[in-house]
Design a binder for this molecule. Structure first.
Ligand code: 13P
Length: 251
């Protein structure tokens, strides 16, 4: 029996205009109205957040942002704070996605500050971690993930992290059509749970939700979700079409 409530999350990345986001969100609300077995989150671009928030109000679809900045306000041109996300209707925020790490210079230190800012504003942080293909080939998967977890979660107590979600997204599986096998993913999720137990405590390790991300599709979600330590999915490409995403939600 599942002890942790699943979370199926859609990361829309840099796709959809405001009108397209509102239309997709509205369709998703209809398609997921019977999905009481899981939490659902969509993360549109910043420009669509407030509009999508109105559309999904009262539904079982939650709103997430794809990033934030850790300061609460100030002269930080182009940045958005946790409070601003809350005021736009967000409950979740994705932090440290591999695209942000690889393309925008995000580090474990910035991830750490962003998680803190999210927690202070009572946003649910979805911390993304994952190894590249060359790191996996060099047998460094566990040491890379260990460092990302240790540094990303440095300075917190287990009480701070009650809402934290971890998303394991092997970089080589993102947008490539290559999915980790369910056994590969389970092995890593088990490792991450034991890491959380060592760094914090058993309670947090048992309750923390660990999502898998990387080419999750309607055809592979059930197998992934059958694994004991996989508590949900962070979905990119297949979350853009509400009909397809709904199939994943109904895994
Ligand atoms: P894909 O599902 O397109 O592989 O993307 C995964 C991802 O990066 C979600 O954050």
């Amino acid at each position: 029996m599942r002890t942790r409530r699943p979370l199926i999350a859609g990361n829309w990345k840099m796709f959809k205009t405001c009108a397209e986001a509102v239309e997709a969100a509205s369709r998703l609300v209809d398609l997921s109205s019977d999905a009481n077995h899981t939490d659902i989150m969509i993360a549109p671009t910043f420009t669509s957040l407030a509009l999508v928030s109105e559309k999904i109000a009262g539904s079982n679809v939650g709103l997430g942002a794809q990033n934030l900045f850790w300061e609460s306000q100030g002269a930080f041109t182009g940045e958005i704070s946790a409070q601003m996300l809350v005021s736009a209707g967000c409950r979740y925020v994705i932090i440290g996605h591999s695209e942000r790490r690889q393309l925008f210079g995000e580090t474990d230190e910035s991830v750490n500050k962003k998680i803190n800012a999210a927690i202070q504003s009572e946003l649910i942080p979805v911390m993304c971690i994952g190894e590249t293909e060359s790191q996996r080939d060099a047998d460094k998967t566990f040491s890379v993930l260990d460092k990302q977890v240790q540094m990303g979660l440095e300075g917190f107590s287990s009480g701070d992290l009650g809402s934290l979600v971890i998303a394991y997204e092997p970089v080589w599986a993102i947008g490539t059509g290559k999915t980790a096998t369910s056994n590969q993913a389970q092995e890593v999720h088990r490792f991450l749970r034991s890491l959380i137990e060592k760094k914090f405590d058993k309670n947090l390790a048992e309750s923390i939700r660990i999502l898998y991300g990387g080419s999750v599709k309607p055809g592979n979600v059930a197998e992934l979700m059958s694994m004991p330590d996989i508590d949900g999915a962070l979905v990119g490409g297949a979350s853009l079409d509400p009909e397809v995403f709904s199939k994943i939600i109904h895994f």
